[in-house]
Write a protein that binds this ligand. Structure first.
Ligand code: FES
Length: 362
């Protein structure tokens, strides 16, 4: 269950023509509750025109920093992103969940030689990666970070100035390379989208021989799939490649404004008993076909289960199947090893056996 905290917005700064950075004033009594890892996100809940709107946004600030910041890019038809970009102001209050998410970079302290990380991002996918860069480079004076970041042009490149400042600060340890799709560039290699050929080339000629400790991919599906494919083909272990999907052609923050439900019909039972373990209690709910997902069955039964996007992206609704069989539709939020361990996204899962137990406590 997500507990929400009423938090005051201390600043709203324009970042690009279509995005803002929101800084929160976290009261001292909640500082421990809001300790987060680089790459994590919060659910932002607000009532807009009488609608309970929930969206997930990653921190762009770094763990341990005095400020708590998220960025929001305005997407067409986006209820919260429009509100944040046009109406939200300092002094307003939003409700935030505690930090969530497993797309994280935990900096390696141990090796004297430092660690090597590669971030590949497009559009607003830079948000969690920015937090990771700061975390990685401050944790170990020898660590290095290679960032490859795709955008349409410099004007719409989120955190362009902040990245330039970081580059100055960590001149020999941070490499930032932009790919631009709608602005001319001197070397055609850096023009157009990030694709498999480019990643293959960079792996072979830049970072592949350095023993990269972690790859972090964040952006639209095509970019993530292409980069992952190139890295695996180049011999990188899958366990070293972490990804998080951002939607709206790489522009929306954490997908929640545009996520689609699965087009593939799932072979659910018309009816099933679902035992739900949550907050140490086990509650039985009835799943009916019209619910469409285990999450909806739980919500219909009045359980306060955590969710945000309902589109298979944010992983807020993650639960572990401990008995029975379920089928999951879309999954953009779980890593392969989490699936192997039995985790599912409950907003995308339907029962295949009559007696299913899932736990939100794992
Ligand atoms: S609510 Fe976001 S993945 Fe299920």
């Amino acid at each position: 269950m997500s507990k929400f905290y009423k938090i005051t917005v201390s600043k709203v700064d324009k970042l690009t023509p279509d995005s803002v950075v929101i800084t929160f004033d976290i009261p001292n009594k909640y500082i421990a509750a809001f300790a987060y890892k680089a790459g994590q996100h919060v659910i932002v809940r607000s009532m807009i025109n009488g609608e309970d709107v929930r969206r997930t946004y990653s921190f762009c600030s770094a763990p341990g920093a005095a400020d708590f910041r998220i960025s929001v890019r305005h997407v067409k038809g986006g209820v919260f992103s429009a509100y944040a970009n046009t109406k939200l102001k300092a002094g307003d209050t939003l409700e935030l969940s505690q930090p969530l998410g497993t797309f994280t970079l935990i900096p390696k302290q141990a090796p004297k030689s430092g660690a090597v990380y590669v971030g590949i991002a497009a559009g607003s996918g830079i948000t969690p990666i920015l937090s990771m860069i700061r975390a990685a480079l401050t944790a170990n004076n020898n660590s290095r970070f290679f960032l490859y970041y795709g955008n349409r042009d410099v004007e719409h490149t989120m955190f362009f100035k902040e990245l330039a400042a970081l580059k100055n600060q960590y001149m020999h340890r941070l490499s930032v390379q932009l790919f631009l799709t709608r602005q001319s560039v001197d070397d055609p290699f850096w023009g157009g989208r990030i694709d498999t050929d480019k990643i293959t080339h960079l792996h072979k000629n830049v970072f592949g021989s350095l023993g990269v400790d972690g790859y972090f991919l964040c952006g639209p599906k095509a970019m993530i799939d292409g980069a992952r494919q190139s890295l695996i083909a180049a011999g990188e272990p899958e366990a070293n490649i972490h990804s998080e999907l951002f939607f709206a052609d790489g522009t929306a923050s954490r997908g929640t404004e545009t996520a689609q439900t699965s087009q593939t019909p799932l072979a659910a039972l018309a009816k099933a008993k679902i035992n739900i373990i949550m907050d140490g209690r086990e509650v039985q709910v009835e799943y009916r076909e019209e619910h469409g997902s285990i999450l909806e069955a739980a919500l219909s039964a009045g359980l306060d289960v955590s969710f945000s996007c309902k589109g298979g992206v944010c992983a807020t609704c993650r639960a572990k199947v401990t008995k029975g069989e379920v089928e999951m539709g879309l999954n953009y939020g779980l890593e392969p090893e989490e699936i192997d361990e039995g985790f599912v996204l409950s907003c995308q899962s339907v029962p295949l056996s009559d007696d299913v137990t899932i736990s939100y406590d794992e």
